[in-house]
Ligand binder design. Structure first.
Ligand SMILES: NC(=O)c1ccc[n+]([C@@H]2O[C@H](COP(=O)([O-])OP(=O)(O)OC[C@H]3O[C@@H](n4cnc5c(N)ncnc54)[C@H](OP(=O)(O)O)[C@@H]3O)[C@@H](O)[C@H]2O)c1
Length: 323
């Protein structure tokens, strides 16, 4: 086993709970520190999961010399500021998706990681989950023959509330950055950055996008049809159709889920998968495997992939503003 790493959490909200549940099954983890704007909230989280220290300020936590790596789980608008703070303090970073608010910020974060020679990775957890990895591997191995079409959506009903994170423009809300990022990421992961992008979008009263459909055409002529929405329950599946049949990541495709192949005669076969934990453990394990090797960038979720993803999201969000 490699070294044991002292983890710190910035922003102990909704997702930090799920991440910590995944984190704590790993043998080389020390649940070390939690920082919130509220000391009371940090103390509550610390006690709930058995962390060693609680801080009422992010800056104070980053001064702790023993801290190795920080998971940033604040709202979308704060990822850039908090990542830069951590890198400046010499702490390795795993930062929630979307990596930042725009491409320019992502470039600055990567430049800072390189300047400081400190590890940085976007917490696009789906990338490290075995079902997603097998999805790509099976397609590359030719199970469906030549791939033609990728269909994927992510939608649930969240009643409009201007103060909710997902509807609030000041907190980086919108269905594209919040959930549309998963279908977009999967399309890029499978077929590369799209060559053409078409978008149709309907905004919420706050101006952030509420429902958005996207059409990509990729280099080898694959087409991706993607939708994200906060006003309807969609299938939340991912399926690639090819000449020999189709391959499907089942409902909640971005999580650890079953994977099946449907031949053109209709016969469905499940592909065996071995998965442990709630899925967040895989991204945390990847961070520590990279740190063991002295890397500043993950080969699985490299800077180039985060840059392609953010530049594609920027273009989609810009096009969505025009309806
Ligand atoms: N990977 C996944 O599966 C997944 C799922 C959901 C969300 N996410 C991502 O995780 C991040 C957090 O989402 P969440 O649902 O956990 O959010 P959340 O619970 O609403 O907030 C997370 C933390 O952000 C800080 N925060 C909240 N509202 C703020 C405000 N108005 N001003 C400044 N800071 C504020 C708080 O930190 P303090 O404790 O310091 O106050 C809070 O604990 C987002 O970037 C989201 O895209 C990822």
């Amino acid at each position: 086993m490699g070294k044991t790493y002292k983890w710190g959490i910035i922003g102990p909200g909704n997702i930090a709970n799920k991440f910590t549940e995944g984190l704590q099954i790993l043998p080389n983890v020390e649940k070390y520190a939690v920082a919130s704007r509220s000391l009371e909230k940090a103390e509550t989280f610390k006690t709930k999961y058995g962390f060693e220290k609680a801080f009422g300020s992010y800056e104070e936590m980053l001064k702790d010399p023993a801290l190795d790596v920080v998971y940033i789980a604040t709202t979308n608008n704060l990822h850039f500021t908090h990542t830069m703070m951590c890198l400046e303090a010499g702490k390795a970073v795993l930062c929630e998706k979307p990596f930042a608010s725009n491409l320019s910020q992502v470039k600055q974060m990567i430049d800072k990681a390189r300047e400081k020679q400190v590890f940085l990775m976007e917490a696009l957890w789906s990338r490290l989950i075995p079902s997603m990895i097998q999805f790509k591997t099976q397609i590359e191995n030719g199970i469906i023959g030549k791939p033609f079409l990728f269909q994927c959506d992510f939608g649930f009903i969240s009643p409009f509330d201007p103060y909710k994170r997902i509807y609030n423009p000041e907190l980086g809300g919108g269905s594209i950055p919040d959930i549309g990022i998963y279908p977009v990421f999967t399309a890029i992961y499978l077929f590369g950055k799209p060559e053409t992008i078409q978008v149709a979008s309907v905004p919420a009263p706050t101006g952030t996008d509420r429902t958005t459909s996207i059409l990509f055409k990729h280099k080898n002529k694959e087409i991706s049809m993607l939708t994200s929405s906060f006003e309807m329950l969609l299938e939340n599946e991912a399926r690639v159709y090819g000449e020999k049949g189709s391959l499907k990541l089942h409902r909640m495709f971005h999580m650890p889920v079953p994977l099946s192949f449907r031949a053109n005669d209709g016969k469905e076969t499940y592909i065996p998968l071995e998965m442990v934990g709630n899925g967040y453990n895989y991204e945390a394990a990847e961070v520590m495997a990279c740190l063991d090797k002295g890397l500043i960038e993950s080969p699985a979720m490299p800077f180039s992939l985060s840059l392609e993803l953010m530049s594609t999201l920027d273009e989609i969000i810009e096009k969505a503003k025009n309806g």
